[in-house]
Design a protein around this ligand. Structure first.
Ligand SMILES: [Zn+2]
Ligand SMILES: [Zn+2]
Length: 233
């Protein structure tokens, strides 16, 4: 079956994410746009994913995820089959983070919300910072948590594997790469051995993807989405 996806969306937990990126707003906008599958990938955290999964219920498949920043300042989106696996990864990420207090007036608020869009807390530590894990560590830890790591927006001039390492290392065990929509056609031929995905990296509701990119999978489950990202046919 063909499923339209957007696998890179930030909630109000990301300091750069708009405070309107609440669980219900994200879910409803994704449904209005005609998407079948989304992933919420906040910086170095999956703290709002449970609420978003609850808000979605059976109406939309939500893949638990997070966007980890490596020690080389490369963004890697990680996806998991279930929230428990994602939270194991979150523990690992937290244990590799520097403790820098968030300055809301500069970076923005980091809001934890419940499935009714009520604010239930604030993250005090700044989430947008490099962890002490290199890109190989992130790929390995994601795998240990039964997840999949995908280098994010590889074509961007900052926070990407190409801008910071120059190449996708041959020994980096990833099967998929994220390329931004505008460069996808130009670059996908160069990376034809990888599964290429394109998502919005939305920080504002209106930026959530139109039904433009789809995956062909057996049935609408998180397991099958992960298999697709691992290039398992
Ligand atoms: Zn990023
Ligand atoms: Zn992002």
């Amino acid at each position: 079956m063909k499923l339209y996806y957007d696998l890179h969306i930030h909630s109000a937990l990301s300091p750069c994410g708009d405070n309107d990126m609440t669980p219900n707003n994200i879910v409803n906008m994704s449904i209005i746009k005609g998407l079948d599958v989304i992933a919420v990938t906040d910086h170095n955290s999956c703290g709002n994913v449970r609420a978003i999964m609850k808000a979605a219920g059976e109406n939309l498949l939500v893949i638990p995820g997070m966007e980890v920043e490596t020690s080389e300042e490369i963004h890697v989106v990680c996806y998991f089959k279930n929230i428990e696996d994602a939270e194991k990864m979150w523990e690992i990420v937290r244990s590799h983070m520097q403790r820098i207090k968030n300055r809301e007036e500069i970076f923005g608020e980091q809001l934890y919300m419940n499935e009714h869009d009520e604010i239930v807390g604030k993250e005090e530590n700044l989430l947008v910072s490099a962890t002490a894990m290199n890109i190989y560590d992130v790929v390995r830890y994601a795998k240990e948590c039964k997840g999949v790591a995908v280098p994010a927006h590889i074509d961007r001039s900052s926070f990407s594997v190409l801008s910071n390492l120059g190449v996708i290392p041959d020994d980096l065990e990833v099967a998929a790469l994220e390329i931004t929509k505008k460069n996808r056609k130009k670059l996908e031929i160069d990376y034809k051995n990888y599964r290429i995905i394109s998502s919005s990296d939305a920080h504002y509701l209106e930026d959530i993807s139109e039904p433009e990119f789809c995956m062909d999978i057996m049935s609408k489950t998180a397991e099958n989405v992960l298999r697709y990202l691992c290039k398992i046919e």
